[in-house]
Design a protein around this ligand. Structure first.
Ligand code: FEO
Length: 397
């Protein structure tokens, strides 16, 4: 069912209360999500984005209860990823000649995924589309936020920015608006989304935020394609993005480990105690990568000024649970965070070197006091923990 947003703008998306995973199985969802599409009914009728294909039929049926699809004059596809474009083929089956406005990369994405030979109209930043009643849509390319085809659309007079994935969160809120949501959950989910999806594109985010500010458009509302609509103080999330894009960190150190026979675990917990002893103001968090959610751990790394990663050696390599997560961590290209590696071994002992090299490749500043311990750590081995704790807590970037 459509829900009123402002003036002649309605939400017509899908609230996904039961979603547990996103991007295949790669992103954990703990508070539901939504796919937000929008309907503008001025002299021209405009559909902005659609929903994910599994909900496509319901979406089209709901849309038909509100309007005859033939009334749609323009379709704006801000992004071609299937969570927003998945229902487009169902719509185009019924109104195949309706013009679709998107970026040049949007055409590649939509054609590549849906094989639709549709009436594409390529737009660039600053291009406008008259929708009647004195209102225009202004397009803003959002390249790499988070795909090369991403775009935002601004509605004049109502001063609404339809930002697509940017400023979104995986968070289901039936009432749709930020002032109706739990503020702690909202901030956490917005930050988790940024940390896990947008971190590698932070330099693009900084430039784009400045570009949006320079456009000098009044923004009364930001309508993203996931989660709540920002209406109470819409620029607050823009300011948060500016902070997050600027190598964000809090006074926190995160320790992530896995263990085979308890030795590496012993080091991890000893390290947490030692950091707490020498720097009581620093928040310390410890996670076993096999037992806790990898995306939630990435959120904690995002908030941290330093990270310690520990895993034992197995088969001349690092334990596989840690190997997968390290690969993900490396892809996020964190900056200005210290990191150390540690781990136990029985025979060959390669894991700490592998962890250290991967952390460096991932943009972390590797400290000199990473260490490995053969067999089960003895009391004297734990002196090395003190050295690592000191290096992680002092002078962290
Ligand atoms: Fe929400 Fe990039 O799709």
């Amino acid at each position: 069912m459509k829900k009123h947003i402002k003036s002649n703008v309605h939400w017509i998306g899908y609230i996904d209360w039961e979603l547990e995973k996103f991007h295949g199985e790669d992103y954990s969802i703990t508070n539901g999500s939504s796919q937000n599409a929008y309907l503008i009914q001025e002299e021209k009728t405009v559909l902005i984005d659609t929903v994910w294909n599994p909900h496509g039929r319901e979406f089209v049926d709901n849309l038909k209860k509100e309007i005859d699809l033939k009334e749609i004059d323009y379709i704006i596809m801000n992004h071609g990823e299937p969570d927003h474009a998945g229902a487009l083929p169902l719509i185009m089956e019924e109104i195949p000649d309706t013009p679709i406005y998107c970026t040049a990369n949007g055409v590649k994405s939509l054609q590549g995924q849906f094989h639709g030979d549709w009436d594409y109209h390529i737009v660039k930043t600053g291009d406008t589309l008259d929708i009647g009643n004195g209102k225009e849509l202004i397009f803003v390319e959002m390249m790499m936020l988070h795909w090369p085809d991403s775009m935002a659309t601004y509605l004049t007079k109502d001063n609404i920015l339809f930002s697509n994935d940017a400023f979104g969160q995986h968070y289901a809120v039936a009432e749709l608006f930020d002032d109706m949501a739990d503020p702690c959950t909202l901030e956490k989910e917005a930050m988790k989304y940024y940390a896990n999806i947008l971190t590698p594109f932070s330099s693009f985010a900084s430039r784009k935020i400045q570009e949006i500010v320079d456009l000098d458009l009044p923004i009364d509302m930001i309508c993203p394609s996931h989660g709540v609509i920002w209406r109470e103080n819409p620029m607050s999330i823009v300011e948060k993005y500016a902070q997050w894009a600027d190598d964000y960190q809090e006074n926190q150190i995160t320790i992530v480990y896995d263990t085979m026979w308890g030795g590496t675990e012993k080091i991890a917990h000893e390290l947490a105690k030692e950091i707490g002893r020498i720097s009581p103001d620093t928040r310390v968090k410890v996670f076993n990568i096999s037992k806790q959610d990898k995306n939630e751990i990435i959120l904690e790394v995002f908030k941290s000024k330093a990270l310690a990663v520990g895993a034992p050696t197995v088969g001349n390599e690092v334990l596989s649970s840690m190997g997968g997560w390290l690969y993900f961590l490396k892809s996020l290209k964190f900056k200005k965070k210290k990191a150390g590696a540690f781990g136990c071994y029985g025979w060959s002992g390669e894991s700490v070197k592998i962890i250290g090299e991967t952390l460096k490749q991932g943009g972390f500043e590797l400290v000199d006091t990473s260490f490995k311990i053969q067999w089960n750590p003895k009391k004297e081995d734990l002196k090395k923990v003190k050295e690592l704790a000191r290096e992680l807590t002092t002078g962290a970037s």
